[in-house]
Write a protein that binds this ligand. Sequence first.
Ligand code: G1P
Length: 271
Amino acid sequence: MIKQAIIPLAGLGTRLLPLTSVFPKELLPINGKPGLEYILDECIDAGIKEIIFIISNKKKLIKKYFYNDNFYKSILKSKKDKRIKKEYNKILSLKKKIKFVYQNKPLGTGDAVLKVKKLIKSSHFLMLFPDDLILKRNCSKDMITLHKKYNCSIMASIKVKKRDVSRWGIYSIKKKINKRNFIIKDVIEKPSFVNAPSTNAVIGRYILPKEIFTKLEKQNKGIGNEIHITDSIRKLINDNHKFIGHNFAGKYLDCGTMSGYIKSSLEISKL
Ligand code: G1P
């Protein structure tokens, strides 16, 4: 059963400067709600019981956001505002489910994932990237259902334009299971236009096996001089570990770039 999720939150958010100069990008509002709360709502609705945040000393505000309940309490004493009460209760209930680990050197997503090694209890866990919002349908929930059926690892995906492949992890297909699901043959982190094996891009929802930690411990730096989760996933696939690519049904919003971030509020307000 998948009951644990991890969220890498130590990234510097340089693509969103100057908004991220002093403020964590994951707390920036998207249509009146911090981006991170969309991700947490998805986790809770998917049945996740424990969420591990990988933060850094520079992103301590994220911890404060969930640990400021005394401030809420004092406000509520004087103001009997129903909306604030509801938000306070939500924060309290989330706080109980969140654990924090630290990645103080920005060495990449692979290095971030390694930080949770000792906390993972079951054979598989969920990972969500906060830049990738998926709305209208719970992608994590669908992936957990898929995991139960096929007992394997999974990555969410979409088809992208050939000219955009170098922005993503790109996978090739070994076998089609059905309209939305494919057995993955290989995956490459941000390939060039000529080296891309397809236009199937990995989006930030993963169901990963515990075995990933053994690969990550030996993982060398890859493109951009960072340790990539994709490179260790590639090694697992080479060892015949089954990974499914899941073309999810929800609406995708890329909030990690300035234009995507600006568009996301508009898009959500239209839903
Ligand atoms: C990361 C992953 C990449 C994936 C993408 C999805 O890239 O390394 O494989 O396609 O997330 O958002 P990043 O967005 O950190 O550059």
